[in-house]
Design a protein around this ligand. Structure first.
Ligand code: GLY
Length: 555
C-alpha cells in the first residue's frame, strides 16, 4: 500500500514537473520585420502568445497586403499551455448565400477565365476579423485596442514597400487597376510603385480602429459593413449584410497523427493540410528512409505525395457539407495499402491512379507566422487572401483588400484552379461552404522537442511541411528546415517540380530513369516561419525563410 502511494506521489510530482515546464525564451517569427516587431512589442507589454498573434495578424494585414488581410481568412492553430490543449480556430472564408455551383461557368458550361480570381465576385466572406476578436477575448490578456495599435500606427504613418511587394504589384497590375480604390492605395500613378514609395492606408486604419473599439462587430456590422456591401454590390458582387452578419467562426479539433516518435498536430478540414500530411507521413513511416540513397528516398517521397494529393482531389472538401472518410485517410492501414502499390523503383503515372484528370500548375501567395511565449502558449497561423493582392478589389472607403478564395473551390470538377489543383464534387461551390485549403499550420512534438511551423505557397504548402517534418525527424536545426531546397509533386500535373539547385543533375537523371517527369522551376517558393523549443538543451531557436524578407526574434 505504502509502495503504491509512493508511486502515485512520484507520478503526481513528475506530472506536475512536466506541467510546469516552460520555455526559457519567447519567440515571434513572421514574414515581415514590422509584424515581428508588433508581436514582440505586445509580449513586452505583458501580452501572451495569443495577444501577440492578434497584433501580428493585424500588422501583416497592413504591411504585407500581398499575402493576407482583414478581407481574407486563415487557420490559427493554438496550444493553450494552461489547459495543455490544442485547437484550430477556423477563420476560413465562407461562400456568400447567393453563390452557386455554376457561378463561374458560361452558357456552354466552360469556366470563364479570371471570374473566380479578380473582382468582388471572387471573394468569400472574410473570417480574419472574427478570428482576431475570438483570440483576444477567449485567450488574450490585453484589449484589442492595445493589440491592434501597432497595425493602426503602420497604416496611418505608412512604411516603405519592399521588393516582393513591387513584384507582386506588377504581377497583379490589371486586377488592381480595375478597382479604383485599390489602385489609389497600392499603386503609384496607376503603376507598380517605385523604391521610395511609402504605403499609407488611412481607410484601413479607420477599419482597424472600428474593430479595436467594437470588436468583430466593427467589421461585420455598422459603417464598415455598409461600405463593404455597397462597394461589392456596385461592382457586380453578390455579398449581402446577411452574409457578413452570419459569418461563422468555428473552433475545431486539429488533425493528430504519429510519425515514429513525433506527434503531428495540424490543420483540420476545410484545410486539406493535416490529412494530406498525415497520409504522406503514414506511407513513409514504412520505409527506412535514413538508410536509403537520395534517389531512392526522393522517389518514395514523391510517390507518397502523388497518392496523398490524388486523395485530396477526390475526397476532400468542407467536412460540414460533405462526408469525408477522414479516419480512413489518416489511418496506418490505409497508408499500408497505398504503400503496397508503390513500385520500389518505378514512378506510377498519375493517370494510372483512379480518377485522374490532366491539369496545369502555378502558385505564390499567403503568409504564415509562429509564436511561443514563456508560459509555453503557442500559435501557428497561416492566413490568406489567396492570390497575391487577393481579388485586387477594395470596396471604397474601407481600405480592405478582398480575397479571391472562391477560386479554391473547384469551379468545375476536374478543371484546375490557379494552383493547378483539381477537385471533385466534394469541393463544389455551395452557399455557406468553405473552400478547400492547403494551409497547414502545424506543431511537431517529441518528448523533448516542440516545433511550431508553417508556410505560404499554395498547393506546395503541404509538401513543404512534409520536407520540414522529415528534417525535424533527423534532428536538424530550425534553420535547416526553412533553408532546405524543395521539391513537390501534386498528382497532377504529373511531374516533380523542384527549385533551381534543389536536386543535383545526378539525382535528376536517377529520377528520370525511374520514369519521373522533371520540371525545374525558374524560382524558389515558400516562406516558412518556424520555431524550435528544445527542452533538453533548454533553448528556443527560430528562423524565417531566407527566400523572403521576414524576421525571427527570440527573447
Ligand atoms: N488560398 C490558399 C489555400 O488556402 O490553400
Amino acid at each position: 500500500m505504502r509502495r503504491a502511494l509512493t508511486l502515485i506521489s512520484l507520478f503526481l510530482i513528475s506530472s506536475l514537473c512536466l506541467a510546469q515546464e516552460n520555455p526559457p525564451q519567447a519567440a515571434v517569427v513572421t514574414a515581415h520585420p514590422l509584424a515581428t516587431q508588433a508581436g514582440m512589442e505586445i509580449l513586452e507589454q505583458g501580452g501572451n502568445a495569443f495577444d501577440a498573434a492578434v497584433a501580428v495578424t493585424a500588422a501583416l494585414a497592413v504591411v504585407e497586403p500581398t499575402g493576407s488581410g482583414l478581407g481574407g481568412g486563415g487557420f490559427w492553430l493554438i496550444h493553450d499551455a494552461q489547459q495543455n490543449r490544442a485547437w484550430m480556430i477556423d477563420g476560413r472564408e465562407m461562400a456568400p448565400a447567393k453563390a452557386h455551383r455554376n457561378m463561374y461557368l458560361d452558357a456552354q458550361g466552360e469556366v470563364i477565365p479570371n471570374l473566380s480570381m479578380n473582382g468582388p465576385l471572387a471573394a468569400g466572406i472574410p473570417g480574419t476579423p472574427a478570428a482576431m476578436e475570438y483570440l483576444a477575448s477567449q485567450y488574450g490578456k490585453l484589449p484589442l485596442s492595445q493589440s491592434l495599435s501597432a497595425a493602426i500606427r503602420y497604416a496611418e504613418q505608412g512604411f516603405n514597400i519592399d521588393k516582393p511587394y513591387q513584384r507582386m504589384a506588377n504581377f497583379r497590375l490589371k486586377a488592381l487597376q480595375d478597382s479604383s480604390a485599390a489602385a489609389a492605395i497600392f499603386l503609384e500613378n496607376n503603376q507598380p510603385p517605385g523604391d521610395h514609395f511609402i504605403l499609407k492606408q488611412p481607410d484601413l486604419a479607420n477599419t482597424l480602429k472600428a474593430i479595436a473599439i467594437q470588436g468583430a462587430k466593427g467589421f461585420y456590422q455598422g459603417d464598415v459593413a455598409k461600405r463593404l456591401i455597397h462597394g461589392v454590390q456596385q461592382a457586380g458582387g453578390i455579398w449581402t449584410h446577411h452574409d457578413l452578419e452570419n459569418y461563422q467562426l468555428i473552433v475545431r479539433e486539429p488533425i493528430r497523427s504519429q510519425y515514429h516518435n513525433i506527434t503531428l498536430t495540424s490543420a483540420a478540414l476545410p484545410s486539406s493540410g493535416g490529412i494530406v500530411l498525415s497520409t504522406m507521413l503514414n506511407i513513409l513511416e514504412g520505409y527506412p528512409l535514413n538508410s536509403m540513397d537520395d534517389a531512392q528516398r526522393t522517389h518514395l517521397i514523391v510517390e507518397a505525395m502523388r497518392r496523398a494529393y490524388r486523395d485530396r482531389a477526390e475526397y476532400l472538401g468542407d467536412g460540414d457539407f460533405i462526408e469525408v472518410p477522414q479516419q480512413l485517410l489518416t489511418s496506418k492501414q490505409y497508408a499500408a495499402g497505398l504503400r503496397a502499390a508503390i513500385h520500389p523503383h518505378q514512378a506510377t503515372p498519375s493517370k494510372l491512379l483512379p480518377g485522374a484528370i490532366e491539369g496545369y500548375e502555378k502558385g505564390r501567395d499567403t503568409t504564415h507566422f509562429s509564436i511561443i511565449d514563456k508560459q509555453g502558449n503557442r500559435v501557428s497561423a497561416t492566413m490568406s487572401i489567396n492570390y497575391p493582392f487577393g481579388s485586387g478589389f477594395v470596396p471604397p472607403g474601407t481600405g480592405v483588400l478582398l480575397n479571391d478564395e472562391m477560386d479554391d473551390f473547384s469551379s468545375k470538377p476536374g478543371t484546375p484552379n490557379a494552383y493547378g489543383l483539381v477537385g471533385a464534387e466534394a469541393n463544389a461551390i455551395e452557399p455557406g461552404k468553405r473552400p478547400l485549403s492547403s494551409m497547414t499550420p502545424s506543431f511537431l512534438e517529441t518528448a523533448d522537442r516542440v516545433a511550431i511551423l508553417g508556410t505560404p505557397g499554395g498547393s506546395r504548402i503541404i509538401t513543404m511541411l512534409l520536407l520540414a517534418t522529415l528534417e525535424f525527424a533527423e534532428n536538424s536545426t530550425v534553420d535547416a528546415w526553412v533553408n532546405r531546397p524543395r521539391f513537390h509533386h501534386q498528382y497532377l500535373p504529373d511531374q516533380i517540380q523542384y527549385e533551381p539547385g534543389a536536386l543535383s543533375n545526378e539525382l535528376v537523371n536517377a529520377l528520370q530513369t525511374r520514369g519521373h517527369k522533371m520540371k525545374r522551376l525558374d524560382h524558389q517558393y515558400g516562406g516558412m516561419q518556424a520555431i524550435l523549443w528544445d527542452k533538453k538543451l533548454n533553448r528556443v531557436t527560430a528562423a524565417s525563410d531566407p527566400r523572403g524578407i521576414g524576421t525571427a526574434q527570440v527573447q
